[in-house]
Structures are given as structure tokens and as C-alpha cells.
Write a protein that binds this ligand. Sequence first.
Ligand code: WTA
Length: 637
Amino acid sequence: MSKVYAVNTASAQKANINREEYAALYEFSIRDPETFWSEQAKKYVDWFTPWQNVMDGDLQEGNIRWFHDATLNVCYNCLDRHLPEHKDNTAILWEGDEPHENEKITFQTLHEKVCQLANGLKSLGVKKGHRVCIYLPMIPQAAIAMLACARIGAVHSVVFAGFSAHALRERLIDADCSVLITAKEGRRGGKTIPLKDNVEHALQKCPCIQQVIMVDSPDKTYLDCKTLMDSMPKDCPAEPMQAEDPLFILYTSGSTGKPKGVLHTTAGYLLYTTMTFKQVFDYQPSDVYWCTADVGWVTGHSYLIYGPLSNAATTLMFASTPNYPDASRIWQVVDKHQVTILYTAPTAIRALMRDGDDYVKKTSRKTLRLLGTVGEPINPEVWEWYYHMVGEGRCPVVDTWWQTETGGIMISPLPGATELKPGSATLPMLGIEPALLDEQDKEIQGPGTGKLVIKKPWPSIMRTVYGDHKRFLETYLKPAAGYYFTGDKANRDEDGFYWLAGRLDDVINVSGHRLGTAEIESAIVSHKAVAEAAVVSFPHDIKGEAIYAFVTPITGITVDDNLMGEIKARVKHVIGSIAVPDIIQFTSDLPKTRSGKIMRRILRNIAHGELQDFGDTSTLADPTIVDALIAQKPALK
Ligand code: WTA
């Protein structure tokens, strides 16, 4: 039996929905989705012209459209509509890498800056539908750039500033971006991120980019962002967009080597992120909300920028790491800015927990009333620490399960409405109908474990893989016909609560970052001394999962620390530091079946240190390889 925490009465008093209302609304949202979503669309979004059709298309064909004949603008919803009542409220509360670096940007100022950059983009010839890449650290210009694109109907593609030049170029070319907005450098955890150097490398073979706008451009090679903005008028009309016009592309990893450009469109995405932000975080006008995610990931899109700003919330943007200069920083920021809602990742909580309670106890945290996590499963003991030590038993913990592809939170407790079970993402959002499928793709009824799928389209489901619709269909709609396939495994208990149980495919989750093993393997194999590589994950106390690479060098190559260093450098060069293997084991061959297929299951066992029972190994072409791998396994740090 898992532990159950009753609905927190203090949070229930404030909450925008209680248990009975959730149950009734959920039932209604599934029974009559058209009416339900229509009501939500009126409640949460301002439209320029209304819709006739709520939804068409289905999960068989994948031609999904929501409100397709309506028009609206996402930036208008995030800024303009708040000006009459909230223009002097803080929209972005920025905390820099060093604790003394702070900035408050009101809705009025943010509106002006966004208009100026939007006008700047227009002056460079950027039009509706053009793709603009944003490669920026966590500075307000990142938010300004995203909103400026949305204002004029340009499609942004944010590339995480930790990605290498090579990864940036790949994404620029795939989305055929004409403009790049970047910065000379970034600062994080006291270190400099050399963005300009990366950009220069990336642009060497990147004909699509016509203009580069650079924050703090050191010379005239690139357009200086501030100079461009200062020269522009502070007003720029918000372009009326069709509901299904693309809003952004965001690259994510899958089971093949090439990252996928997940495409989200205008109305459905805005509606869903606005609604779920309000409900999951129980947002109230006096809140100060802090999501620690980087803008380079989907959480940074949906719950750092769009969801909060659309609700007129104050969103705290943090350029540093939770433990810089020391492990107390995160809690000091909470006290300094009187944060009421904190949304972060299990990997950060695990690292802070390891550093000890004293760092937490020396801060007050009395303003906190709600805690959230996202990105990976949270271990029950870490959940308990977050709940008791950080939140002093006062703040509900919302463990939110979702994906880049889903656009917004799909399974999560609602404060005041849902009992909490440490380690469970609990129940589906309104309008979301999950199911578990068995081996034969039959729906499991009641408690059980299976493939997690979603039964009906929801407003913020991704619409396609940019430039590759076939891949969209094959990855998400074909694996379980008629369902959206999440790629995750889950367990449902006797109360109908969901417990996420990891991926079904070759995607690994390192510190909440999604990486495809095939991507890392191709980076390793691109080193000239490597013949073959296979990458698996193994459990890691802080990162959740860590990367274990089995590498076969080409014949005649001497294996030494130097080669190991070069391979790591190669991965850093091709993808970025986040993908560098924690362990590299050299081997003369990989365990393969007689038909030549790598037996990853065996490699996984070895990486996990499970060296006794390898299951059925009768198809192995050469069983001695497994013995050699075990004998030469490096010690885990
Ligand atoms: C995993 C991040 C367990 C899952 C928003 C999913 C989680 C992948 C949780 C998506 C959670 C995300 N509990 N696992 N609360 N949240 N995941 O696209 O495997 O970066 O498929 O989106 O992270 O990662 P992505």
C-alpha cells in the first residue's frame, strides 16, 4: 500500500476547484468534449473572431484541428489583454546568475519591448510563417523574442543554449530559419557559455540564415539587439492568426538519430497551457510563480512563458542553477522574491537533498504554498523530503506528467481536489482520457501496467513533425492504431491513480533531459577511431539516469584514457555536455544475435550491475563476449 496524503485543507480553501467539482467536470469533459472545450475556450482565451468548429480530425488520420476557423494572437493574449488592469504589475521577475543581478519588467514595459523587437524583425523582412531561431541564455530577451515572433506570426524555434554548434546548425537547417536571435555569451553557475563562438561555427555551413541579431554584439558583424530595438516604435499590431497557424517548433529526441521538430499551433496550445496553468498551479492573482526550467525545453515554453503570462501572472526567470553559489540559493531566491509557487525537476531536488537540510532550514520559505515537479519520475523518498522539509507539510506537491509533444500537463494532482501519493502523478487533467494497453494493444481495465496512450485528441497535441508528417504518424499514431502513443509505460492502481514507470523506447532521461541513445551513438561513431557503439542508461542517484556507452574501436587502435577523453569531447561537440557518457567501456565486440542485432537487454543488465541472470541468451552469436564484458566492466563511481 502506498502512502496517501489527504487533500490539504489549507490549499483546499484557496483552490479553484474541489474534489467533487473535479469529478463532475471530468466526467462532463469526457462525455461532451465539444461543449466542455468550447466553454474553456471562452473562459481562458480572447479571440479576434470566433469559431464554428471546435475540433475535427482524429487520431487515426492525424489531421487534427481545433477551432480552425477562428482567429487570435498568442502575444495579444499574453500581454495586450492585461494592460487595462495589470500594466504596472510585474510580468517577468528576472534573477541573474549572481544574486545581486535582478530586474523587474512590468506588463507595460514588456509590451513595449516585444513591440520593438517585433518591429525590428519586420524591418528585416520577417513575415508570418517565417522561422526564427532563438539561441539565448535565460535572459528576458529570450521571452521578448518568443513573444515578438508570436506577435507577427513568425514561428520560433528555441534551441537550448547548452547545445553545441553542430546541434544548433542541424536545427537551423532543418527548420530553414532565416533569422537567428542570440547573445555574445551567457553566464550560468559562474561559468561563461560562449554562444558567439558556437554561432560562428554553426553559421559556417548554414546558408538559410540571413540575419543574426545578437544581445551585446561586440562589433558590427552582427546586428546589436538593443540598438535594433531602440530604433523601433513601441507599438506593433498583433497579427490576427488562424487558430491552426504554427506557433513554434521545438526539437526533441526520439529513438532514431535525428531530433524531431515538434510543431505546435496557435489556439489549442494557448488554450491548453492557459487552462492547465490556472488549474494545476491553482494560480491566484497575488502569486509569485517560479518555474526553474530553461526556455530551451518545453516546460520553459508552456509554464515559464505562455501559460503564466496568459494568466497575467508574475513569472520568475532564473539564469543560474539552484546550487550556485551554494545549495541555499534556490531557497534564498524564494525568500527574496516571496515566491508562492515553485515548479522544478526531481534531479534538482535530489541534488539539494544530498547537500543536506541545513541549507534549507536556514531560510524561511514561509511564502511557499505549492510545489511542483516535472520531467522524470520522482522517487517517493525525494517527494517526502520536498513535501516535509521544503514545504513543511503545508504545500501540496503536484507531480506533473507530460511531454514536449503533449504541449501541456496531462496527468497531475489538482491542489484542493486530489489526494497525493508520493511518486504518483495521480489523475488526468480535465478533457484528457488516458488508457493502458497490454501486449496485444487491448485496453486494460482497472489496475494494471501497460503502454500509456491517450484516447482522444486534446487541444495542445502536437500537429506534426516539422517537414516530416510521415514521421509524426509513424512515431505517435501508428504504434497503437487510434490512440496517441506516449512511449511511456505506466501503472494504474486500484484508485485509478497513474504511476509512470519509464520509457518503452530508446529514449533516456538524464537530469530531466530527454536524449535518444541513437543520437549519442552516432556522435560516438563519428570519431574516426570508433567502429561501433551502443548506449544504454543506468540508475544514478542525482541524475535519475546516467549514460553508459559500450564502444568498439576499429582494429589496431590502442585504447587508452586519451581516446576516452576524445570520444567524450566528440559527443560534447556534436550534441552538448548533457549527452557526454558517464561511463565508456571499450570492447572488442558487442553482444549480437546471429542475425547481427545488438542485444541491448544484455548491455542494460551489465550497465545496471545485474550480472547473474541474463534471461534467454540462446540467440547470441558469441556468448564469450558477454563474459568478457562482465570481466572488464569498469567500477561505477
Ligand atoms: C518523462 C517534459 C515521470 C516521460 C515535460 C516523458 C515524466 C518525458 C514526468 C517527456 C513525470 C515527464 N513523471 N516521468 N512527472 N514528466 N516525464 O518531452 O518519460 O522533455 O515521456 O517533456 O519525460 O520529456 P519532455
